[in-house]
Design a binder for this molecule. Structure first.
Ligand code: NAD
Ligand code: GLY
Length: 364
């Protein structure tokens, strides 16, 4: 097992990464403050892993909340079953919430933990690749609004993260690929060497080779832990983690939550960011081509899909991107590339070129 640390002073916490580590009770006991535990999961994950997690927490007074499965349930109302369970059982401020699942369960449980009694402890047990490399680390919690992705939320750090790579064996191929989009993101934002490693190891990753997967998860978590430790509340460099997300969130919201997976939307968004970077003259077309080739080798989309015969229009993109969290004083900021493995955040791009990028992707 590998242990990484997110260094945030008295709110620092470990990320445990390993195979079949969900039976080790000594791993969790230091991170549960009282006797009360609420395990939150969903109807897909419960039959697979809930019994294991109930055994892991067998020395505590455990309750379980099983949510419906899907991004469409990641809403304000969607977290009410968690709050209802906490209230009905009169759980106090020492209660620990446990998020067992992917990014949807993790974001919702973390947000419930952030607001119940103005903040209680929670533990992340991520079971998708996306959650193991990204969403379980860093304390962004929240839910979607019909007009914008993740628009309601709070920064609330977990007490620990336990990523058991064995759980990835039950994940379907499409979800594995969605997680690979976030892994590729780390390469694009700051590591050309990791990009090269990914090009050589993509087949092993898709075949779920445990050594390759562990390395990718460790690299991603270390990168994210370093960025979060330096800029927890996204005053600066943490925004780099949003490469492709301004375009991606517009795609997810515009096409209806759940129709294009988060990782798939990020994949397309990263290609759009690369496209605009080419138009600005900051990277060569060859770099965009290398990025598209790697994403395609991970079985990820590089074009905006048409859902139910509907294609997003430039006007819809404009409207949705204007509501992005990186809009400051009415100015849209984007994460763009200046090389493979080098990104920056800027509002200093030609708005006409942005229009050209949008136009290229809505008329493909
Ligand atoms: P998800 O949580 O919807 O999980 C994907 C699917 O896999 C679901 O159907 C789920 O039930 C199923 N599943 C989960 N684990 C499984 C397993 N081990 N075996 C079989 N099936 C399993 O999607 P996701 O990709 O994990 O997360 C996407 C969400 O994460 C989005 O809402 C996104 O906004 C959010 N996110 C948050 C952050 C953050 O920093 N908080 C970062 C990135 C993404
Ligand atoms: N996924 C972006 C972040 O955690 O900041």
């Amino acid at each position: 097992m590998k242990t990484l640390n997110v260094d945030l002073g008295d709110r620092s916490y470990p990320i445990f990464i390993g195979q079949e580590i969900l039976s080790d009770q000594s791993l969790v006991s230091p991170y549960v403050s009282g006797k009360q535990v609420v395990i939150v999961t969903n109807e897909t994950i419960a039959p697979l892993y809930l019994n294991k997690i109930l055994t892991l927490f067998k020395n505590y007074q455990c309750k379980t909340v099983i949510l419906p499965d899907g991004e469409i349930y990641k809403t304000y109302e969607g977290i009410l079953p968690i709050i209802d369970c906490l209230m009905q059982n009169k759980f106090d401020r020492q209660v620990t919430l446990v998020a067992l699942g992917g990014g949807v369960v993790g974001d919702m449980t973390g947000y419930a933990a952030a607001i119940y009694r103005r903040g209680v402890n929670f533990i992340q047990i991520p079971t998708t690749l996306l959650a193991q490399v990204d969403s379980s680390v860093g304390g962004k919690t929240g839910v979607n609004h019909p007009l914008g992705k993740n628009m309601i939320g709070a920064f609330h750090q977990p007490k620990c993260v336990i990523a058991d790579t064995h759980t990835l064996n039950t994940l379907d191929d499409r979800q594995l690929s969605a997680g690979l989009a976030e892994v590729i993101k780390y390469a694009l934002i700051n590591s050309a060497d990791f990009f090269t490693w990914l090009t050589h190891n993509m087949d092993a990753l898709k075949q779920r080779d445990s050594i390759a997967l562990s390395y990718a998860i460790e690299f991603s978590c270390q990168d994210k832990a370093t960025i979060v430790a330096a800029d927890e509340k996204e005053a600066g460099q943490r925004a780099l983690l949003n490469l492709g997300h301004t375009f991606g969130h517009a795609i997810e919201t515009g096409l209806g939550y759940g129709n294009c997976l988060h990782g798939e939307a990020v994949s397309i968004g990263m290609v759009m960011a690369a496209d605009l970077s080419v138009r600005q003259g900051w990277i060569k077309p060859l770099v965009q081509q290398q990025i598209m080739t790697l994403l395609q080798s991970a079985n990820l989309p590089i074009e905006v899909p048409i859902i139910n015969n509907t294609r997003l229009s430039i006007e819809q993109f404009d409207e949705l991107m204007a509501g992005d969290k990186k809009v400051l004083d009415g100015q849209l900021h984007l994460v763009l590339l200046k090389a493979l493995g080098s990104s920056f955040i800027t509002n200093n791009f030609d708005k006409e070129k942005l229009k050209q990028t949008l136009s290229a992707f809505v008329t493909l």
